[in-house]
Ligand binder design. Structure first.
Ligand code: HMG
Ligand code: MG
Length: 312
């Protein structure tokens, strides 16, 4: 491991602080061929928190046949009672919500789609049916004092439908937000976004009256665009960025999706720009190297490789 850090040279028009929404334990591990033991997941999340990540998506309360890698959600949550971080979880429906609330979870995410094809593939519902499924979930979560994040997938392209028109995304985003979400995370599920497209979508959402401080971005790095897209989003005022330690990730119901933007790559860029994240890059890199050993393959993150001299 080296202790290299980039030189800090701020650029104009960027926020002073960015909140990283760490998704490696959920978006990353849901896409692994092997199921990681519950104790390893718990250690991973403890290590992420110790590296300074304040929000760590822990798991999903979904049908175990759909995502067998996260079937241990009920066993995992009690092992995280002492973790000093926000630990949101994904819930698609009331069944998942009830299970999560019973375990003391008070931060949940529903996950919708801008396209019909992915709504069907991921939730076995149309877009309308999935929003109808979320309505009581959001209402009951809020009544229980929980915060709600709404994910919107396929905001920039869909493997079955191809291009997704910006007005179509903006319209579904508005409907999802209006269910009562505290935050909307814009998913580039298959990593096809480019910076101009990000700027155009954020402008369309602003036109729809969605406040930029309620928006987060969720980029997958399939075509190496995730960091450029993040910079475009920061320039438009977004301050919450989803990322996955070591670049783990993908989506089992969207075949061409690869890993998320790697948290280390994001932290390297934000450090260089003088933007505060609270994350200790070297502790985080050591965690991703350890996780790569558990998974038996190197991290795809360029920063992890550079800092750890890990072979590709
Ligand atoms: P369905 O088959 O339509 O479910 O699936 P159903 O409501 O008809 O129920 C069928 C059976 O499932 C019943 O059991 C239910 O009790 C059970 P049976 O009576 O047959 O024994 N069931 C459940 N069991 C456990 N937990 C639950 C649950 N709900 C029903 N919560 C369903 C509908 C939504 C359940 C299913 O489609 C599902 O679980 N989908 C999850 C897919 C998923 O997790 N995808 C990955 C996350 S999204 C993502 O990665 C994208 C993101 O990263 C952003 C981006 O990149 O764009 C967020
Ligand atoms: Mg994702």
């Amino acid at each position: 491991m080296t202790d290299a850090l980039p030189m800090r040279v701020p650029a104009p028009g960027l926020p002073a602080r960015v909140t990283i929404h760490e998704v490696g334990a959920r978006d990353g591990l849901q896409n692994e061929k092997t199921t990681v033991p519950t104790a390893v997941k718990a250690e991973f999340i403890h290590r992420l928190a110790a590296a300074g990540l304040g929000t760590i998506e822990a798991t999903s309360f979904v049908h175990p046949k759909w995502v067998p890698q996260l079937a241990d959600a009920g066993e995992l949550m009690p092992l995280l009672a002492d973790v000093d971080a926000h630990l949101p979880v994904l819930v698609p429906n009331e069944r998942g919500l009830e299970h999560a609330l019973a375990l003391g979870v008070r931060e949940i995410s529903v996950f919708g789609s801008a396209t019909e094809a992915f709504a069907k593939a991921n939730l076995n519902r149309t877009v309308d049916e999935s929003l109808a499924m979320f309505e009581p979930v959001v209402a009951k979560a809020r009544a229980a004092g929980a915060t709600v994040r709404g994910y919107l997938s396929m905001c920039f392209g869909d493997p079955w439908e191809g291009s997704v028109p910006v007005p179509q995304v903006a319209a579904v985003a508005r409907r999802l937000y209006d269910l009562g979400c505290d935050q909307l995370s814009l998913g580039d599920t298959i990593g096809v976004a480019t910076p101009g497209h990000v700027t155009a979508l954020l402008a369309a959402l602003e036109d729809q009256g969605l406040p930029v401080d309620r928006l987060a971005v969720h980029f997958h790095d399939t075509y190496g665009q995730a960091l450029s897209n993040t910079l475009a989003a920061l320039q438009r005022g977004v301050t919450t960025v989803d990322a996955s330690a070591g670049g783990l990730g993908g989506c089992p119901y969207a075949k061409s999706a690869t890993g998320n933007l790697a948290t280390e790559d994001l932290v390297w860029m934000l450090n260089g720009l003088g933007i505060d994240t609270g994350v200790d890059l070297h502790r985080l890199t050591a965690t991703s190297v350890w996780m790569a050993e558990q998974l038996g393959r190197p991290s795809p993150s360029r920063t992890v490789r550079a800092l750890s001299h890990q072979e590709s």
